[in-house]
Design a binder for this molecule. Structure first.
Ligand code: TYM
Length: 329
């Protein structure tokens, strides 16, 4: 049984892209696999933010993990900085990576665009992400499409280290991507992905948005003007995005939706989608409000960190031995 590991950055508001691309998979996988889900706060400080904002976001994401259906009896849920081995293995993997390959990461290129001086952590971030994954002998990493390049780099680093320091050092993991939902696009500009950092709040739907905000965002979502409900990413990115979101929430195929809405107007599709999204998010919001400020949440994270730490320490013993690090007689 392959182990599953994934993480989400505690930055901004978690949106339906994060949910449909990643969180939904987290929940689906926990019955068949041994799963570890992390709130990756070390990653969040690659772009500086206030202590208050960060600690608030960490607890918000933790509560959302549970609210979407991650069950702490089945899965380990913890905060990255509570397990020091992430930083330790992160350094070791930074030393096994090259500036050439890190410079090729499209996310780094985008985030460093037009900056005169770029925080070093933004550059070495993928080595830390590889450490997160490899630390737990992970076989499967459920993520959205935008993380594909980082997963490939993780695989490259694992293979490189294994070749040099011993084949038993790391398990080489695989990414896992949803059929619909792997790349949810912005509702304002459907040619770019939905993102936590977009300045326009109507570009995304956050999991805690009110029905009124959800309605506004969907009803004003950018579409084309030919009035035909058809999935065609190239020529009709707006409608294709709405169909994908609809499909990911309901499990109906895009083809079935095209048939269902054949001859209907965009307004009808949008109105129905508002209902689907509002109804899907309501139970998540209810559970979130129940647990966000509970002692139980703190207990779950502490217990999760202890269990994660025990696994991580075993891996670090092996890694240090293979690299020749530390004291030895
Ligand atoms: P982050 O925090 O940006 O996003 C969390 C997860 O949501 C997915 N995602 C999307 N999926 C579909 N459509 C979108 N518009 C969309 N936007 C985001 C992401 O692919 C991700 O799965 N580097 C990671 C965090 C990380 C991690 C890890 C993930 C750190 N260490 C180890 C897996 C394993 C990130 O920044 O995700």
């Amino acid at each position: 049984m392959s182990r599953v590991f994934s993480g989400i950055q505690p930055t901004g508001n978690i949106h339906i892209g994060n949910y449909l691309g990643a969180l939904k998979q987290f929940v689906d996988l926990q019955d068949e696999h041994d799963c570890i889900y992390c709130i990756v706060d070390h990653h969040a400080i690659t772009v500086p933010k206030s202590a208050e904002e960060l600690s608030e976001s960490i607890m918000n994401v933790a509560a959302l993990y549970l609210a979407v259906g991650i069950d702490p009896k089945k899965s380990i849920v913890f905060v990255q900085s509570d397990v020091p081995a992430h930083a330790e293995l992160g350094w070791i993997l930074t030393c096994s990576s090259t500036t050439g390959e890190l410079s090729r990461m499209t996310q780094f290129k985008q985030k460093s665009k037009e900056r005169e001086s770029v925080p070093t952590g933004l550059f070495t971030y993928p080595a830390l992400m590889a450490a997160d994954i490899l630390l737990y002998d992970t076989g499967i990493v459920p993520v959205g499409d935008d993380q594909k390049q980082h997963i490939e780099l993780t695989r490259d680093l694992a293979l490189r280290v294994n070749g040099k320091y011993g084949e038993d050092t790391f398990i080489v993991p695989e990414g896992r991507y949803m059929k619909s939902g792997a790349r949810v696009m912005s509702l304002v500009d459907p040619t770019s992905k939905m993102s936590k950092s977009d300045e326009n709040e109507f570009s995304r739907i956050s999991l805690m948005d009110t029905p009124a905000k959800i309605k506004k965002a969907i009803m004003r979502a950018t579409t084309d003007s030919d009035g035909i409900i058809k999935y065609d990413i190239e020529n009709k990115p707006g409608i294709s995005n709405l169909l994908s979101i609809y499909s990911a929430f309901t499990g109906k195929t895009v083809e079935a939706l095209e048939q269902q809405y054949d001859g209907a107007g965009y307004g009808t599709l949008k109105k129905d989608l508002v209902e689907v999204v509002v109804e899907s998010l309501a139970p998540i919001q209810e559970k979130y409000n129940e647990i966000r400020h509970s002692e139980e949440l703190v207990k779950i994270l502490k217990d999760g960190a202890e269990r994660a730490d025990a696994i991580a320490q075993e891996t670090m013993k092996r890694v240090k031995k293979n690299f020749g690090l530390g004291i030895r007689l």
